[in-house]
Write a protein that binds this ligand. Sequence first.
Ligand code: HEM
Length: 384
Amino acid sequence: MDADPYPVWRRLRDEAPLYYNEKFDFYALSRFDDVEAGLSDWRTYRSGRGSVLEFIRASLEAKLEMPPGLILFEDPPAHTVHRGILSRVFTPKKMLALEAKVREFCVRSLDPLVGAGRFDFVGDLGAPMPMRTIGYLLGIPEDDQESIRAGIDRGLRLTGDAPDPAPRMSDGAQYAEYIDWRARNPSDDLMTELLTTEFEDETGTIRTLTTAEILVYVNLLAAAGNETTTRLIGWAGTVLAENPDQRAELAAHPTLIPNAVEELLRYEAPAPAHARYVARDVSHHGQPVPEGSVIVFLVGSGNRDERRYLDPDRFDIHRDVGRHLTFGYGIHHCLGAALARLEGRVALEEVLRRFPTWEVDWPGAARARTSVVRGWESLPVITG
Ligand code: HEM
């Protein structure tokens, strides 16, 4: 994804609020109001063929079927049933209960780095923390969490500049073993709840989930909650380095951190674009968009729309952020938003407590290369 798409997105908002890309045959909407309205209208803009441009293409061409339960790629009624099951067990209360473990992980990761003079925002914290968090949530033993993350990362990574169009699931074998093991060893984790929760399926039968169905949910949580949160932490590293006065204020007044995280989410959306399949003829700004097209909703652009925010290209920890589009909108609104906010807040609290100042070591910094997210793969910093 483009290193700095903001000037282009601004031009789109001003000059081509409905943009058609002839080369890749897709439409894009870039203004806040258009993105919000589009993401709300699931009847017209469908997720059932995927929500990434390449996935929709692959799905249309190869007629790929997504496994039931992969709610990101579902429309009602299946989405309603499956999201209902997941949101019954994956509650904000359960997410908030993870705070102590998330903090303990940050403390354990950061304490040894004090005095070292440098650390990597992504490698030392942003990458391992989200997987650990999901691991704690699901009750996956710590020793195995890294290898599971590696599998998910492989599934998302692009090769060179050419996007690999096939939607790939990470190797599920390890999870399946855990699920079977957890069924024999119930605990107070989310996997146990997924194993025991009863629901009414499409045929009207009351039943529990099968191992295969649980596997889909586990993969979904791991895939949706990892890369995105990793990039959020990386953006904290660059954006705060570029705004040292605001960073000093946060270090002195940690109660400002939750709002700073919200502003960071607005300012640098880790997943800045979501595609949809257009299910009926529509028009935007006087231009037709025919049924069967693919349309991309540029949430990262909507978050910087001057029609919505005052001085949107300014990072301001005191801004009354209000609604932003970083967690999507409508029926697919991020189910893990409370967890992502918690992780962002705890990570910043623990970083700033130990490292009130840092400078990015740019020669060592590298962009993330995946089709879905925008951010840093590595972000070494020199600490004061
Ligand atoms: C959906 C962003 C963290 C679980 C979404 C969507 C967005 C998003 C934009 C909607 C996509 C669409 O409409 O096509 C983010 C960002 C995160 C984050 C920016 C971190 C900064 C998490 C975490 C979890 C999670 C930590 C769970 C562990 C989910 C799930 C969905 C989802 C399950 C699917 C909801 C549905 O389709 O109904 N996320 N997410 N996310 N997210 Fe997140």
